[in-house]
Structure formats: structure tokens, C-alpha cells
Design a binder for this molecule. Structure first.
Ligand SMILES: *Cc1c(COP(=O)(O)O)cnc(C)c1O
Length: 385
């Protein structure tokens, strides 16, 4: 089976992890800080806080921005559930802004309409908007940021797909258009640390809050103390935090992988160019790419032509050894979210997008033979117009 996504690990990655195993620190040593520094300097962000997953980073980001019971967070329905769950961890409500069909990204005009509708109906606006960069292509950040600023809405970029992406002349994570950006280093993502995530920000206050929250709510920085004496052994728990720390092993792998990020993205882009040409010719709905940005190409999702039965094609492709998947089932369809009152077809564009959606294998370790096999199999299964 050619999987839809897969890590690429070389000998340098292996020795980086083995070196840590032979060192004094398996956790809370120097590697985590080095990894944070490296991602901060790659993206152009001032601060980075490494955690054990992007989900943890989303949770701490929401808490650091003050999200609590009675507040609302808006996000895209075409995302992994973690983009919405972070609100629920804080006791806040979730709502969804529809996407644009061409890119799968949250639609700036749907956002404008939803804000207007809420204002008219006297309904509260969200405290936070989580913007997902679907498949690795940045959303319309300038328009979204302008709208959000006008209504004092904070922005978290869910960049789980988008490390290595560019928007205008900035790398995703630079924070030019948001308060916090989070990345994931799960093995299917563009670079991996095994499990892991990171929160990027340019605000010292947010950095400090996320760092404290990700390690039990404890600080050892005397300048931050509010109660205890500055005794040499003193530490202060100031909030209910978590153990969301990244280990040294994970950080060492992430650091080593980061040196290959631009190459991985380039290799992914080359495969996408071949795919787009082949699948356009078969009448698939390939993603539109905006000219002022570059995708990191985490996922290759296409819409199958209307004549094709998606479920039958999915099964046939799996039988041919193609590890197809679907990214994503609109979040509001999940029973947990349905129970919160969302209807089956809550966002119309998300419904249309999802209906025919299929994810095909995309990772830098695919051989030319693998790429040809995917194209041949799809051609065989869906045929021409
Ligand atoms: C993978 C993913 C996450 C969660 O990342 P983890 O590191 O596995 O917690 C969040 N959001 C999106 C859009 C993702 O694809």
C-alpha cells in the first residue's frame, strides 16, 4: 500500500536521536530550546514554545488568549477535529465559517457575512478565529486579519499543514497576520519529531503564558513571582497547567528534520505539478493555487468528477494498493459536535467540497513508479469523461 503520507528519516536523523540517548538529558535539556530557536529563525517569529503535539499547542494558545466558558471560537469545518476541540477544552462554544470551494480554506467573504449576521442579530462575536491553512496553502490572511482587527477578534493560525509555506513575502508562522501560529510535527506532516507541536508568537506575554501553561502552570522565573519568597529552590504554580512538554529525543529529531524542510516542500511540489496535470485531464477538481503564496503541500486532496461514485472509487483504489483517505469529514458532522446542535449540512460549501473529496498519496519518498502507479490507478478507476 502506498500510504497517503509518510515520514522521510535519514541516518542524520537517527544519529541525532541516538546522540540524545547517550547524553545527560532525555527531557528539559538544551535540544528543545535549540529546536524552538531554529523554528523561530526559520519562520521569522520572535518566540516559539515547543509542546508534545499541535493539539496541546492549540489548547495553550486558546488559554493564553483568555478563552473561557461563555466565549466563542470560530474555525473552518474542513479541518482535523483538533482545530475545534481546543475551544471545548476551555469550556467555550464553537461555530464554523464556511470555506471557499477553490482552495478548501476559510472564506473571507463568508467570514464577513457571518460577522454581519451576528451583529444584526445581536449575537456575540467570537473571541478567537482559528484559521486553517488547508493542505498547506495559506488562507487569505490579509483580508481575514483586517476583518478580525475591526471586530477585535484574535487569530490563531492552525499551520499544522503549513510549515514551509509562504504568504506574500512572509513564511507561515511569522505572525504578521495573527496572534499565534501553531505547527504539528506528527509523522504525516511536512517535517516530524515523532509527536510534537509548536506555538509561534511575537508577543512576549503570550509566549510566557503558553510556556507556563505547558509545564504545570509553574514558573521558576523570580521576576514573574506573585507570592512566594525568592528562595533558591522556589517555584510558583500560578495557574492550572499541564505537562505538555516536548522531550529532548523529539526535539533532536525535529531539529534534524528542519534542515530538510525546504527540500521536502520542493519534492512535494514537483509531485503535485505532475498530479495536477494528470487529474485536471481526468476532470477532477484540483485545488486552485493563489499567486501571492506558496503551499507547503502537506496533503493532496482532489474532488472526483460528478460521474464518479466516491465510495466505490475509494474502495477500488485501496484494493489497488493506493492508500487513499478523506480529509476531512466536516467537523460539525461528528456526533460530538452534532450533539451541540449543528445540522447535518451546516456549511453548504463544505458539504459540496466534502462530497467528492479524496486524498491521494503525497510524500517525498514516493518513487517515480509510485507516482505513475497512483495516476494509472486513478485513471483506471474513474476513467475519462
Ligand atoms: C494534524 C493536525 C492537528 C493536530 O496535530 P497533532 O500534532 O497531531 O496534535 C491540528 N490541526 C490540523 C489541521 C491538523 O492537520
Amino acid at each position: 500500500m502506498i500510504p497517503y503520507g509518510k515520514q522521510v528519516i535519514d541516518e542524520a536523523d537517527v544519529s541525532a536521536v541516538v546522540d540524545v540517548l547517550r547524553s545527560d538529558y532525555l527531557t528539559q535539556g538544551p535540544k528543545v530550546g535549540e529546536f524552538e530557536q531554529a523554528v523561530a529563525s526559520y519562520t521569522g517569529a520572535k518566540y516559539a514554545v515547543a509542546m508534545n503535539s499541535a493539539t496541546s499547542a492549540l489548547h495553550c494558545a486558546c488559554l493564553a488568549l483568555g478563552l473561557k466558558e461563555g466565549d466563542t471560537l470560530w474555525t473552518s469545518p474542513i479541518s482535523f477535529v483538533a482545530s475545534a476541540n481546543c475551544a471545548r477544552y476551555c469550556g467555550a462554544d464553537v461555530d464554523f465559517v464556511d470555506i471557499e470551494l477553490a482552495t478548501g480554506n476559510i472564506s473571507a467573504s463568508a467570514l464577513r457575512d457571518k460577522i454581519a449576521e451576528c451583529t444584526r442579530a445581536g449575537k456575540p462575536l467570537p473571541k478567537i478565529l482559528v484559521v486553517v491553512h488547508f493542505s498547506g496553502q495559506p488562507a487569505d490572511m490579509a483580508e481575514i486579519r483586517a476583518l478580525a482587527s475591526e471586530y477585535s477578534i484574535k487569530i490563531i493560525e492552525d499551520g499544522a499543514h503549513a510549515i514551509g509555506a509562504r504568504y506574500q513575502d512572509q513564511k507561515t508562522g511569522s505572525g504578521q497576520f495573527s496572534d499565534i501560529t501553531i505547527f504539528s510535527f506528527h509523522p504525516v506532516k511536512v517535517v516530524t519529531s515523532g509527536e510534537g507541536g509548536m506555538a509561534m508568537t511575537n508577543c512576549a506575554e503570550l509566549e510566557s503564558r503558553m510556556r507556563v501553561l505547558s509545564s504545570h502552570g509553574i514558573t521558576r522565573d523570580f521576576s514573574q513571582f506573585t507570592a512566594l519568597e525568592h528562595e533558591p529552590w522556589a517555584y510558583e504554580q500560578q495557574a492550572l497547567g499541564f505537562n505538555y512538554r516536548m522531550s529532548e529525543l523529539h526535539a533532536a529529531l525535529g531539529l534534524s528534520q528542519l534542515t530538510k524542510l525546504d527540500t521536502f516542500v520542493q519534492q512535494r511540489r514537483q509531485i503535485v505539478e505532475v498530479y495536477d496535470q494528470a487529474f485536471d485531464a481526468l476532470g477532477c477538481r484540483t485545488l486552485a493555487y493563489r499567486t501571492d503564496r506558496l503551499s507547503a503541500h502537506h496533503l493532496y486532496s482532489v474532488g472526483l468528477p460528478e460521474r464518479v461514485d466516491r465510495a466505490a472509487a475509494f474502495t477500488a483504489l485501496r484494493e489497488l494498493g493506493i492508500g487513499v483517505n478523506v480529509h476531512y469529514i466536516p467537523i460539525y458532522k461528528q456526533p460530538y459536535f452534532k450533539a451541540l446542535g449543528f445540522s447535518e449540512d451546516y456549511c453548504l460549501n463544505a458539504e459540496r467540497f466534502y462530497e467528492s473529496l479524496i486524498t491521494l498519496p503525497l510524500h517525498p519518498s514516493m518513487s517515480e513508479g509510485d507516482i505513475a502507479k497512483v495516476i494509472e490507478s486513478v485513471t483506471q478507476v474513474i476513467g475519462f469523461d
